[in-house]
Design a protein. Structure first.
Length: 389
């Protein structure tokens, strides 16, 4: 299995604005990923429109095989003109990342990209090209496993202006911070959130400009096989457990019935912990050969709550690493930091305790919870395979 392209991005809006003037577009293809970070002129609604148009045009045209010259020309001739400044303006950075690690980048008036190779900031060779009167910087280079590539909008390097710092956070300071944080954070999302959190602090939580961070990390694939809920037909128990234990990744079992099935089929004892790190979350259990055993719907629901807080709250960027974490926290950490590919094995036997009497019998709470979990994992850029049994 080739390296996994791990992508994470986060933004904060200018203080007092409901819409962000930066826009990130990520398009996955068979040969790799296209990433566009656009920064619209000004802030608020106008900036959001400019950035959205830029990112959508660039992403769509490049995906369909258009050249960068055609793409930039279309952007320049499509963007509306600002009535105040008489400019049709949006800066942008475009990355084309191939699965073999090749990178093609184009930068137009955004801060330079930040590349960390072998845990050190590395300079990227660039050449200037003129397209329709605009000067762009092109570069071609390679990423290897463990390398981190970060692109930012100018709201990041301006962090602190008028608040904690007189001249803002300079590019070199941002690069040094990325170099340090990439040594300790495993996933791209944690790196982007850490940098955005630092910007929030420098702005004293009253950002003077929209700020966006996009981080790419080339990682070794990490697979998690998660089994929850008993199969519809009991004779499927043996084959499901066999496929679970033969998987190349970590094994997680959620739910008491599923845990009993695995314990029985493996001939291993099911030992339930008596510790309650969080009184609202049932304790975990242990089965030899299984990495994590938890309760079912309640724990999965709490896991989803924690994942939503992580994804949508810019100030939450790390997951607790305490050994005494509850089952939901342990599962959240596994899914966010230690997973690139998630295989969900979902039994379809109906548990009466999970049914809402106002819904048809096939719409179980468990099914909805699993679908939401899969959706959140896809939002994090993970590869998800959902198999109903």
């Amino acid at each position: 299995m080739s390296c996994f392209i791990d992508v994470g991005f986060d933004s904060i809006n200018k203080h007092g604005e409901e819409l962000c003037g930066d826009k990130v577009e990520i398009i996955k293809g068979e040969d790799g990923i296209i990433i566009v970070l656009a920064d619209g002129l000004g802030s608020g609604v106008k900036a959001n429109i400019l950035a959205t148009l830029t990112s959508k045009i660039a992403g769509t045209m490049l995906r369909q095989g258009a050249s960068i010259h055609e793409t930039v020309d279309t952007i320049v001739n499509t963007l509306p003109v600002c009535n105040v400044r008489k400019l049709a303006y949006s800066t942008f950075t475009i990355l084309k990342i191939y699965k073999d690690g090749r990178i093609y980048s184009v930068e137009y008036d955004n801060p330079p990209l930040i590349l960390v190779k072998d845990k050190r900031i590395t300079e990227v060779d660039k050449k200037q090209v003129e397209i329709n009167g605009r000067m762009l910087k092109e570069s071609n280079f390679h990423l290897q496993e463990g390398d981190v590539l970060t692109i930012i909008s100018d709201g990041v390097v301006h962090a602190g202006v008028g608040a904690i710092l007189n001249l803002g956070w300079q590019w070199s300071n941002v690069a040094d911070y990325i170099g340090q944080i990439s040594k300790v954070e495993k996933c791209a999302k944690n790196i982007s959130k850490a940098l955005i959190d630092a910007c929030q602090n420098l702005y004293d939580y009253k950002a003077g400009d929209d700020a966006t961070v996009v981080t790419v990390k080339l990682r070794r694939p990490e697979v998690i096989d998660l089994f929850t809920g008993p199969p519809k037909e009991p004779e499927e128990d043996c084959s499901v457990v066999k496929r679970l234990v033969q998987g190349i990744g970590r094994k997680v079992v959620c739910g008491g019935t599923a845990a009993n099935i695995v314990s029985r089929e493996l001939g291993q004892a099911l030992d339930v912990s008596m510790e309650f790190p969080d009184p609202e979350i049932p304790p975990i259990a242990y089965i030899k050969g299984i990495d994590l055993v938890t309760e079912g719907v309640l724990t999965l629901s709490k896991t989803i709550d924690k994942m939503k807080a992580f994804i949508f709250n810019p100030s939450v960027y790390t997951i607790s690493k305490s050994e005494q974490m509850d089952g939901a926290s342990q599962l959240t950490k596994l899914l966010i930091e230690d997973c690139t590919h998630l295989n969900l094995w979902v039994g379809t036997a109906v548990n009466p305790a999970h049914q809402n009497p106002d819904f048809p019998s096939d719409l179980s709470i468990k099914g909805k919870v699993v679908e939401e979990l899969a959706m959140l994992m896809k939002q994090l850029g993970k590869e998800v395979k959902l198999t109903y049994i």
